[in-house]
Design a protein. Structure first.
Length: 203
């Protein structure tokens, strides 16, 4: 029985391992099958992870071309998925009497318009903030002034023509505001009103 375990009694009454030339090739044989299986599994995992790493090289190169972390100083981050960037919501406001403005994305391309409307002259009693940039239907005053003076359809069409898919464009929102009706001009305070547009910067 002891010989099967690779042991023998020594002169002191203890036990010692029997040297077997067949075991010289693998020093872990004396520790049994469990230990040998454990190390074999570790070696297998190393090869698997190495293989996956090689397969990932084209993906890492694709991430590097994303450009979201360009000039950020984070070299290793450029090889991560974060370098592909993400859609970023932007809101711009232009006062009616302001000259045309440059619309653009620092990263990515301009999307179609998400929301737009006309922000009436500021009134402290208004329930909305003066930097409001959501759907005009949620506030009566914004909805009414938008419907009366802002040509939303033409603005959306020109936006799609001159801005969508580009990194920068120029539009003058005053061109889309009808200021012919003096009563409406007075009620909405167009001299101090502004047009707002919400869009995304798509990667």
């Amino acid at each position: 029985m002891l010989e099967k375990l690779g042991l023998k009694k020594n002169a002191d009454g203890g036990y010692e391992h029997i040297h077997n030339k067949d075991n010289d090739s693998d020093p872990f044989d004396i520790y049994g099958h469990a230990i040998k299986s454990y190390f074999r599994m570790l070696i297998t995992l190393v090869y698997i992870l190495l293989f996956i790493s090689i397969l990932f090289i084209p993906v890492a190169l694709m991430y590097k071309n994303g450009g979201a972390f360009e000039n950020s100083g984070r070299t290793l981050s450029t090889y991560s998925m974060g370098n592909l960037g993400h859609s970023e919501a932007n809101c711009i406001h232009q006062f009616i009497k302001q000259n045309d403005m440059t619309i653009g994305c620092e990263k990515g391309k301009i999307s179609n318009i998400m929301y737009l409307g006309l922000m009436p002259k500021f009134d402290p009693e208004d329930e909305f903030e003066y930097d409001y940039c959501n759907d005009d239907i949620y506030h009566d005053r914004i909805r009414d002034c938008t419907a009366k003076v802002l040509d939303k359809r033409r603005l959306k069409m020109d936006w799609m023509t001159f801005c969508t898919g580009k990194q920068k464009c120029n539009l003058d929102f005053e061109d889309y505001v009808d200021q012919s009706n003096k009563e409406i001009v007075e009620s909405c305070g167009l001299n101090e009103s502004k047009v707002y547009v919400q869009f995304k910067c798509d990667y």
